[in-house]
Design a protein around this ligand. Structure first.
Ligand code: NAD
Length: 291
């Protein structure tokens, strides 16, 4: 068993981006600028946004964090996004999900102008991704593809099982793995809450991507010997022994599954850091194509 170390791979991507940003600065070109909107006070969201802002600093990007109260009206939030859409200094806009119930994710995502949608959630960008056109790829699946690329994992012809069909992880993941690219070129089966015989389906997987948000759902008897296992799940579990009061659990029972796998991502330190690296790459690309 070998570890797909997302921290290391993300660090390599950040170092390269840092050099590229310094180069742009030396040439008097514009520095990438990411604007992040955080609505309300969700603990996990606070942590994710703080990590994204910190990563921007590490590579020399500008970042602006906009905090809004959780009772903000949808219209005011959309106005704020429009303001950022029209600000030529802003290259990338992200709105941290989940949003309070009275705000529609769909309206928010659709309001971000596609060429600043560095999370890759806008229907225009999703459409381009489906057709294999260059675009912003949703950060988590993009990060997983970068991780497979970093470790030169051969995916061609393999059978990938993706568990979860969300618009931000499972579905785009299934599309990327099926594309005629490297990594890619997999035969893909997408599973979800209505899938029958999930265990039997999983056992067919040369690659298993778990993105359902249920801690330790994937057990050793569901994974074929030698499979590549990608654990996207992050769930906070109460743990009084930790300073934070919780620990993070993935969707895979790492202890039992890892001895059967050829490669596996840990949680934390696997897909999470790669999601941020992919977001940075998207933001750099946005700046480069505009300026
Ligand atoms: P989601 O709740 O939107 O989707 C979950 C999917 O899992 C659904 O499509 C559902 O059909 C499927 N599912 C639920 N129960 C199932 C079951 N018993 N069997 C088979 N399928 C089942 O979640 P999401 O936004 O895609 O996130 C999934 C997980 O990934 C969460 O833990 C989330 O925190 C994590 N996540 C991590 C990162 C990261 O950077 N590492 C990024 C995004 C999401």
């Amino acid at each position: 068993m070998q570890i797909l170390d997302g921290k290391k791979a993300a660090q390599a991507i950040k170092e390269k981006l840092g050099i590229d940003v310094a180069q742009r600065a030396a040439e008097g070109k514009k520095i990438p600028h990411l604007a992040a909107i955080l609505v309300g006070r969700n603990g996990a969201s606070e942590t994710y946004v703080a990590a994204k802002v910190k990563a921007c600093e590490e590579v020399g990007f500008k970042s602006t964090l906009i905090r809004l109260e959780d009772d903000i009206s949808e219209n005011r939030l959309l106005d704020k996004i429009e303001e950022l859409n029209n600000d030529p200094d802003i290259d990338g806009i992200l709105v941290q999900l989940p949003l309070p119930k009275h705000i529609s994710d769909e309206n928010v995502i659709n309001t971000i102008v596609p060429d600043k949608d560095v999370d890759g959630f806008h229907p225009v960008n999703i459409g381009k991704m489906v057709q294999g056109q260059p675009t912003f790829i949703p950060a988590t699946p993009h990060g997983i593809m970068l991780l497979l690329e970093h470790y030169k994992i051969e995916t061609k012809g393999k059978h990938a099982i993706v568990i979860g069909r969300s618009n931000i992880v499972g579905r785009p993941m299934s599309i990327l793995l099926s594309e005629n690219t490297n990594p890619g070129n997999c035969t893909v089966t997408i599973c979800h809450s209505q899938t029958k015989n999930l265990k039997e389906v999983c056992l067919l997987g040369d690659i298993v991507v778990a993105a359902l948000g249920r801690p330790e759902f994937v057990t050793a008897d569901m994974v074929k010997e030698g499979a590549i296992v990608i654990d996207v799940g992050i769930t906070r579990i109460e743990d009084a022994s930790k300073k934070s009061g919780f620990k993070l659990k993935g969707d895979v029972d790492f202890e039992k599954v890892s001895p059967r796998s050829s490669w596996i991502t840990p949680v934390p330190g696997g897909v999470g850091p790669m999601t941020i690296a992919a977001l940075l790459k998207n933001t750099f690309r946005s700046c480069e194509t505009k300026n």
